[in-house]
Design a protein around this ligand. Structure first.
Ligand code: NAI
Length: 252
């Protein structure tokens, strides 16, 4: 039986009893995306990652793809479908920051962040949805950020892109819910990765004071929530935003 056949018969993972899925994580060469890919692979799923550079984790199909390029997105999906069958779980994780105060923010700073974080997520979700409709199953998980709803000085572009993911997820949830497809958002707070390593020490200390749990998060905190939303137990959850932020964004 080929990998593609397995995706059709929903065969089960002998180790965990969960349904083995074809999973795609964008931006999976490092940070949160890499941790998500590793977790799905360890649970017995067929996992692919796309990234512009870097290597995929062991046991994961790594595909070169810049999500700002529609042609590369199409080619990546074709390659993944040949190897693993149609994508059943999409984690739209790839994202960038270009932080600066609004008076200094150029159109290019704005455009690059929106094109990667919001339009890039749209491109992969749109490409994933048709085969999901055919298969009458799909889990779309957008990785947003606490700042999408909280706001953040110096991140007008980034916060707008991340808030936009919620509107996209909720609209998708309404469009394709009747086909067995869920669309949800995870909003991490400050997670220890290369992205947050660039933040100034005093800024991090200030944030820790505002986080009820008093610490930055670990990538595992995010992967646990992603795994839950992708799993069989979350089949009745759609259009939701799950915070993984130590309480930083409470009330928003
Ligand atoms: P990271 O910078 O370590 O990794 C980002 C990944 O996205 C990399 O693999 C990169 O190659 C990929 N990527 C960026 N632009 C791309 C493009 N045009 N095409 C394809 N891949 C591209 O970042 P990190 O920290 O792992 O963040 C992952 C996601 O989580 C991002 O969407 C970020 O906004 C979000 N997030 C991160 C938080 C944190 O504290 N680290 C907090 C809240 C949200």
């Amino acid at each position: 039986m080929t990998d593609a056949d397995q995706s059709q018969d929903n065969s089960t993972d002998p180790t965990g009893g969960a349904t083995a899925r074809s999973v795609l994580v964008t931006g999976g060469s490092r940070g949160i995306g890499r941790a998500i890919a590793e977790r799905f692979a360890a649970a017995g799923h067929r996992v692919a990652t796309t990234s512009r550079s870097g290597e995929a984790p062991a046991g994961v199909l790594g595909v070169r793809c810049d999500i700002t390029d529609a042609g590369q997105v199409e080619a990546a999906f074709t390659q993944i479908e040949e190897a693993h069958g149609p994508v059943e779980v999409l984690v739209a994780n790839a994202g960038i920051t270009k932080d600066t105060l609004v008076l200094r923010m150029t159109d290019e700073d704005w455009q690059q962040v929106i094109d990667t974080n919001l339009t890039g997520s749209f491109r992969v979700a749109k490409r994933a949805v048709r085969p999901m409709i055919r298969g009458r199953f799909g889990r779309i998980i957008f990785i947003s950020s606490v700042v999408g709803l909280l706001g953040s000085a110096g991140q007008v572009n980034y916060a707008a892109s991340k808030a936009g993911l919620l509107g996209m997820a909720r609209s998708l949830a309404r469009e394709v819910g009747s086909r067995g497809i869920t669309a949800n958002v995870i909003a991490p707070g400050f997670i220890e990765t290369d992205m947050t390593a660039e933040l100034a020490d005093d800024l991090v200390a200030g944030y820790k004071k505002q986080i009820p749990l008093g610490r930055l998060g670990a990538t595992e905190d995010v992967t646990a929530a992603v795994e839950f939303l992708a799993g069989d137990a979350a089949g009745y959850i759609t259009g939701a935003q799950i915070p993984v932020d130590g309480g930083l964004g409470m009330g928003h």
